[in-house]
Structures are given as C-alpha cells and as structure tokens.
Design a protein around this ligand. Structure first.
Ligand SMILES: [Zn+2]
Length: 335
C-alpha cells in the first residue's frame, strides 16, 4: 500500500451511509492523475465530505488550503472522485482546497508548488510521464471516459495546467526545482537515492506502542463511524497496541486515554500530529570521561591510568578544577 512521502498527514474516510467502503481496487496500475478543486476554501468542509453519510466522495489525496498534502486512500485503490469508475481506476485523484471562491476558485501558490512536486513524485514512482494526456482535469473526464458530468472542476487550476505540468517535469528531472544539470560524461556510479518511504507507513513504523497521538474533533467524529461504536473524544491518546488485521490493510490502534480508558482507534483518526518519543531516539553521545563517577576516576588515577602530576591527570580526565579536586580528595581518602 503506497502513500506519497510528501504527505504530511492523513484524512479519514468513513463508510457510506449504506455501509460500503468508498473505494475499490484498481483494475491496473495508475496511469495518470485527475485533478479536482474542492470548490470550497474550507479544509474542514472537504474533510467532512469524506466522512459525511450524505456524500459518497473520496479521493486518493487531499491538499489543504495551505498546501499541506494529506493522504486519504492508498494509491492502489480506486477512489470515488470523478463520477467515473473508469477514470478513477485509471488515475490517482486529488481534491485541492481553494484559496478563493467564485469566480476564480484559485489555489494558493504553495498548493500549486506542492501539486507539481506531488506529480513529479507519482510520475517517478508509477513510471508514467507528465503531459496533458496523463495529467488531466475533472472536466476532461466525460469526453475521455464517456462517464461523469459536465463540470468546471478543477476551477483555478484549469487555466494553469500547462504551467503546472512544466513545473512538475522540472521537479521530476531536477528534484530540487531547478532544471536537471547536464549529465557528466563519465558518471562514476549511478547516484540513485533510496526511494523515500511512504509517510503514512513511516508514521506508524516510527511511532508505535508507548507514543502518544493527537485526535482532533473531526477525526474523533469519523473514528466513531469507523470503529465499533465506541466514541472517541478529541484529545491525546497513548498507543498501547497495533493490529494490522483490518480490511484494506489499514492498521488499527489500541489506545488509552489520559484516564486510563482503553479503546480501539482507526489509524486514520490520528491528527497527523504525533506527540511523543521520536521513533528512533537520537544516538547518545559516547560517554565522556567527565561522565565517570568520582570514585571511578579516583580508581583510575590510583591505577596509574592518568599519569603523574595534577595538571596531567586533570587534562587526562578532561574534568574541571572542581571535579578534579573531588577526585583528588577521593584518591587521598583511599591511599
Ligand atoms: Zn472535480
């Protein structure tokens, strides 16, 4: 199950009112991307649509108004975004929250830039090129796939499709936003960086049992829909267990609230903010001589490990004068 490493969090998806998932398996690999604008400037309106019993909307990704990329559905799944099973099976879909309403339905410059980076990432990982055949707007779905409806979606992204694809191709070739430098005639060795780990997976692998996760209001709401009826309230929960035995491969967390009450929480209920110990604690610096106890240092001095003379010994022990005085006193006590 794949999620872009550019995603900084995950928005939850509830079942439909009739109890079905809002996704299917794709019939093949994704071959392109279908862009949608959310036709709202509200992040929570979009997030709410993914869990609303009155809507049957889903998407592989959502981009928040500020340009934060959120995973919604693994890339291997076909979302319910374009009113066309064929189109949604063909392409990876995204809903982008607008920065302004009608008539422009613009998106922020950061969103535009993140979209380009995300397109480059998808193109590299799934092996499709980026052009006007592989990157399309929702409004092109009806003519291309014979399914869907007439729409102005993707709003303000539409007049900028060529610009977006050009930027994405620059990211794809240069990775840093700069055009790729000419290849050296004799490359010493191929410098292929290790593929970035999907953020979603890293989030879980990196933050496991014992860490705490934040659950905010709408996640708590959607969690109630996703778990077996126990309602979580927003707040901080400590992870006490993880299980992967869940339809769709989404892990489920066994969590405990600050009052010690235990419940199960869908992984997607996590607010994207993890409060807790980092996955891999920073390597501890090698213990310095100064970290030794006075008794230990005194024993070493007596064993002759730090030479003769107080100045030499203090330098060898790498301690300050006050500590050395203690060592000296301990040595004197022992002899
Ligand atoms: Zn659309």
């Amino acid at each position: 199950m794949t999620v872009s490493a550019l995603a900084v969090g995950r928005l939850p998806l509830a079942k439909t009112a009739s109890g079905h998932d809002r996704f299917y398996r794709r019939t093949g690999k994704p071959q392109g991307v279908i862009l949608h604008h959310a036709a709202t400037t509200s992040d929570s309106a979009l997030a709410g649509a993914f869990v609303s019993p009155r809507r049957e909307l889903s998407a592989n990704y959502a981009m928040l108004r500020n340009g934060d990329l959120m995973a919604v559905l693994h890339e291997e799944y076909r979302a319910f975004t374009s009113a066309s099973p064929k189109a949604d099976s063909w392409g990876i879909t995204i809903e982008v929250v607008n920065s302004s309403g009608a008539p422009g339905w613009h998106i922020s410059e950061r969103s535009f830039d993140m979209l380009a980076r995300w397109l480059a990432d998808l193109s590299q990982r799934w092996g499709f090129p980026l052009n006007r055949h592989t990157v399309i707007g929702h409004r092109e779905v009806l003519a291309r796939f014979g399914q869907g409806y007439a729409t102005a979606c993707p709003g303000g992204i539409w007049p900028r499709m060529d610009e977006l694809i050009a930027l994405a191709n620059r990211y794809r070739s240069g990775a840093s936003g700069q055009p790729a430098p000419a290849k050296p005639p004799t490359p010493a060795k191929p410098s292929t960086p290790a593929p970035a780990k999907p953020k979603g997976a890293a989030l879980l692998e990196g933050h496991g049992v014992g860490d705490s996760v934040n659950v905010s209001r709408w996640y708590a709401y959607s969690n109630a829909a996703l778990t077996s009826g126990k309602r979580l309230v927003s707040g901080t929960y400590r992870i006490i267990g993880v299980t992967y035995r869940h339809r769709g491969g989404e892990p489920v967390l066994h969590v405990q609230d600050p009052h010690g009450r235990k419940t199960w929480m869908h992984y997607s209920a996590i607010d994207g903010v993890i409060k807790g110990a980092p996955a891999k604690p920073a390597p501890k610096p090698a213990p310095k001589p100064a970290g030794k106890s006075v008794a230990q240092m005194a024993a070493e001095v007596l064993a002759g490990k730090h030479g003769n003379g107080h100045a030499n010994r203090q330098r060898s022990l790498a301690v300050n004068a006050a500590t050395y005085a203690k060592v000296r006193a301990e040595v004197n006590r022992r002899v």
